[in-house]
Design a binder for this molecule. Structure first.
Ligand code: HEM
Length: 210
């Protein structure tokens, strides 16, 4: 869980920073999207790096889900007799929403790829002009798309907060002071990520980016 999760976090941060190029204008953003297809050239043919990354991300997502299923099963087996009474508050909100949060994120990624990568669900769907696709996506009339993105991004934030904290524990952190630091770092990294992602649809919605 920890190793696949950390790989996904690295992608999430790189993608969020790349998205902020939208504030530099259409030319800069479209150039960046084109550059993504030329990473590794001339060592690799065009788009090969992108496909290697897509393959690695798919393996990480599948590995992450398989590990979650194995861990959930192991936890159930460790206690074959169910608790008679489960007290409601068990851990933080982030910890209690990992499973459903994960499902929302997965559904979002499928929608998102059909929206901004293949263009199938995008009102503009111009592969040469991703800036225009993003602006068309979050137009005020399509507030429900912005709402769905916002919900998914906040889910990513909660998932990341608990996930990062758990990953550090899995990889060997044990002291009380270390735990406090891990909690604070996980919170800050999640809030920064959420703010970075949310800034794009809200900039379009408010007309800052058009
Ligand atoms: C408002 C926030 C976001 C914006 C504006 C955005 C924008 C984009 C754009 C423009 C692309 C197409 C890139 C291209 O093919 O040139 C893309 C691809 C993608 N995005 Fe996002 N994204 C956002 C949030 C997210 C989040 C939260 C996730 C993950 C949970 C995510 C995961 C992906 C993935 C997996 C791809 C496919 C990359 C590929 O083609 O291999 N994105 N995004």
């Amino acid at each position: 869980m920890a190793v696949t999760g950390l790989l996904l976090v690295a992608f999430l941060y790189a993608h969020m920073i790349g998205n902020l190029k939208i504030f530099l204008g259409a030319e800069s953003f479209d150039h960046y999207a084109h550059w993504l297809r030329t990473i590794g050239v001339p060592l690799l043919p065009e788009t090969w790096y992108l496909w290697i990354q897509r393959f690695a991300l798919t393996v990480a997502v599948v590995g992450h889900i398989v590990a979650a299923t194995i861990l959930a099963r192991r936890a159930r087996k460790a206690r074959p007799v169910r608790y008679v009474r489960r007290t409601k508050v068990q851990g933080s909100y982030a910890a209690r929403t990992m499973r459903w949060g994960g499902v929302i994120i997965l559904l979002f990624v499928i929608y998102h790829i059909l929206d901004l990568t293949t263009g199938t669900l995008n009102p503009n769907a111009d592969a040469q002009h991703p800036y225009a696709n993003v602006v068309a996506d979050f137009a005020p009339g399509r507030w429900y798309v912005t709402l769905f993105y916002a919900l998914a991004i906040v889910s990513v934030g909660f998932h990341l907060r608990h996930g990062l904290f758990s990953a550090v524990r899995t990889l060997g952190q044990r002291t009380l002071r270390g735990e406090r630091i891990a909690r604070a770092v996980a919170l800050v990294l999640s809030v920064v990520l959420v703010a970075g992602y949310l800034s794009v649809p809200f900039a379009v919605l408010t007309g800052l980016v058009d």
